[in-house]
Design a protein around this ligand. Structure first.
Ligand SMILES: *Cc1c(COP(=O)(O)O)cnc(C)c1O
Length: 397
């Protein structure tokens, strides 16, 4: 086989792979607790489904403008104004087949071979591979738990080079659940302006926040930073719409225009029916979100407290998203029946095999000391899964 260098340089999304492994085990009759999930366990709200059904009945089933229907672009513009205090024009907005697709279009629109893109670790799994798919160089910058996993101004500056094209920010973060405060964002915005690089700001978890945390979009910190920021967001997480594939991006019209051209030659428009559903999601009643967030909040409190009670585990309290990211490295060097556990990958294999608990190794996110547990699953599963983890860890010697 003679595949392209580009194709062999990347790996399948490890989070999706673990999720399908857990689902397959479950289908074969094993009682699996799946902490690997990266999507809300809530159903899409009824009003949104009805809007899609109406779209089908009305025959809204043909090609639409590549970057999204007018009505949806207007709803996205209203969303940015309402939630983020940001003003965009229609030619500064693109709707894509999920936020992941918007991010991919950005990578294609901005990155030339050899360009460097700074990716703070722990990172969302697709950022480095999307850069590699465009022959760019991911510059992985490891952050510290002591700094709540934020890239500090010093770290950022020491990783800049003449080839730095962009920085990816993800706040609130998948996998850590932590988020950037206003002061940290201001410092990053200044560095971006001084050194002339773009900021790609993935804000998909902005509405899933706890303890009164207030999300701020870095693009809203003044004209200088807005001109060099592409904000990415979408409906998957906040409206429990992962399968509908609607995400969007906002930024300078030249970049959005390039992304739209790329989209026109690759996927064309996102699904017409899903676009109508998205209009309803953004414009209709928003009361679903606080209900879901309250339930996530209850599970977050339980999970993080239970994790910290397990000997040898420490876990920061997340302020957003639906993941806990505990440090489990004190177990490395131990073994079970002669099989050593020396990494997050070993530990995750051990836990799925011996305890039937699926979770994602931190190594997949660029920090091997941790594991990621999603609490987008029932309280019963959370209790059962954590009990199993505690027992299984106690069997390591
Ligand atoms: C889920 C997720 C996305 C992608 O969401 P889609 O809109 O479903 O493509 C992007 N970024 C992060 C950090 C995510 O967790």
């Amino acid at each position: 086989m003679r595949l392209s260098k580009r194709a062999v340089s990347i790996k399948p999304s490890p989070t999706l792979a673990i999720d399908s492994k857990a689902k397959a085990l479950k289908a074969s009759g094993v009682d699996v607790v799946n902490f690997g999930v990266g999507e809300p366990d809530f159903d899409t709200p009824q009003n949104i489904k009805e809007a899609a059904i109406k779209a089908i009945r009305d025959g809204f089933t043909k090609y639409t403008p590549v970057g999204g229907i007018e009505e949806l672009k207007v709803a996205v513009i209203e969303k940015f104004r309402r939630d983020n205090g940001l003003a965009y024009a229609k030619n500064e907005i693109i709707v894509s087949c999920g936020a992941k697709h918007s991010l991919y279009n950005i990578a294609e629109a901005l990155l030339d071979p050899g360009d460097e893109i700074i990716i703070p670790a722990p990172y969302w799994v697709s950022y480095p591979d999307q850069a590699l798919l465009n022959d760019a160089v991911p510059v992985i910058v490891k952050t510290d738990e002591k700094n709540l996993f934020k890239i500090t101004p010093e770290l950022l500056k020491s990783n800049l080079s003449k080839k730095t094209k962009a920085l990816i920010l993800n706040s609130p973060s998948n996998p850590t659940g932590l988020a950037y405060d206003l002061k940290s964002l201001e410092a990053i915005a200044d560095i971006a302006a001084e050194n002339d690089f773009y900021v790609i700001s993935d804000e998909i978890y902005e509405k899933l926040v706890y303890d009164g945390f207030r999300h701020v979009s870095i693009a809203s910190l003044g004209d200088k930073i807005k001109q060099r920021t592409i904000v990415v967001n979408g409906l998957s997480k906040a409206y429990a719409m992962t399968g509908w594939r609607i995400g969007f991006a906002a930024g300078p019209k030249e970049i959005i225009g390039a992304m739209t051209n790329i989209q026109s030659q690759s996927t064309s428009n996102p699904t017409s029916i899903a676009q109508k559903a998205a209009v309803e999601a953004l414009r209709g009643a928003q009361d679903f979100i606080p209900v879901m967030v309250a339930e996530f909040n209850r599970r977050r409190a339980y999970m993080v407290e239970a994790l910290n009670k397990i000997k040898g585990i420490s876990c920061l309290m997340p302020v957003g998203a639906f993941y806990a990211f505990p440090n489990v490295s004190s177990y490395y060097g131990k073994s079970f029946k002669g099989k050593p556990v020396n990494s997050s990958f070993d530990l995750s294999s051990y836990l799925i095999e011996e305890a039937n608990v699926a979770l994602v190794p931190g190594g997949a996110f660029g920090d091997d000391r941790y594991i990621r547990l999603s609490y987008a699953t029932s309280m019963d599963h959370i209790k059962k899964g954590l009990d199993r983890i505690e027992k299984a860890l106690a069997n390591l010697a």
